[in-house]
Design a protein around this ligand. Structure first.
Ligand SMILES: [Zn+2]
Length: 172
């Protein structure tokens, strides 16, 4: 997949994102194109842009995670956008899928954001033992995820349907 380098407003390189995410950032006026492919354009519906190779954010962004960020409770809440993994309501606590009492680790893949009610209901059990279903799987944030989260764009939001397949085509 084609990747676009993202610079902070200070020109400091932050990470790479997929082409379609770069296009979304430009269309939402969150970034400007610093450097583009000559002769390659993205064309879809109302969009006709040169394929961006480097974009720069319009506003300076403090990225909440470093690459290979150490696990933290705050990081889990930011990653999950303060949404409970069990009911989707506002979460203020961090739940261990495999409870620490059963040897579960403080790790990105073993923890999710949870509301106090669900955390209390699940108690010292795994989701299976408690008969509770996860709405989404936990993931280890990449620098790209961290950047999109800092910009308020989650993994499954803000992507128009027609951008799900990148529309890069050679110019005529
Ligand atoms: Zn909940």
């Amino acid at each position: 997949m084609r990747e676009t380098l993202v610079l902070n407003a200070s020109f400091e390189p932050l990470s790479t994102v997929s082409l379609r995410r770069a296009v979304v950032l430009i269309m939402q006026d969150k970034a400007v194109v610093e450097h583009a492919h000559t002769g390659l354009r993205v064309r879809a519906e109302s969009v006709d842009l040169p394929v961006p190779q480097v974009i720069r954010l319009c506003r300076y962004v403090r990225v909440p995670f470093r690459p290979r960020a150490p696990w933290s409770r705050r990081g889990v809440l930011v990653r999950d956008r303060h949404r409970c993994a069990y009911c989707g309501r506002r979460a203020s606590t961090v739940d261990h899928l495999v409870p620490r009492s059963q040897g579960g680790a403080d790790s990105w893949l073993n923890t999710v954001a949870a509301c106090a009610t669900d955390n209390h209901r699940k108690a010292d059990r795994t989701p299976t033992q408690a008969g509770m279903r996860l709405l989404a799987r936990p993931f280890e944030p990449t620098p790209g995820d961290a950047l999109l989260l800092a910009l308020g764009l989650g993994e499954s939001t803000a992507l128009p349907e027609w951008l799900r397949v990148p529309g890069a085509a050679p110019a005529a």
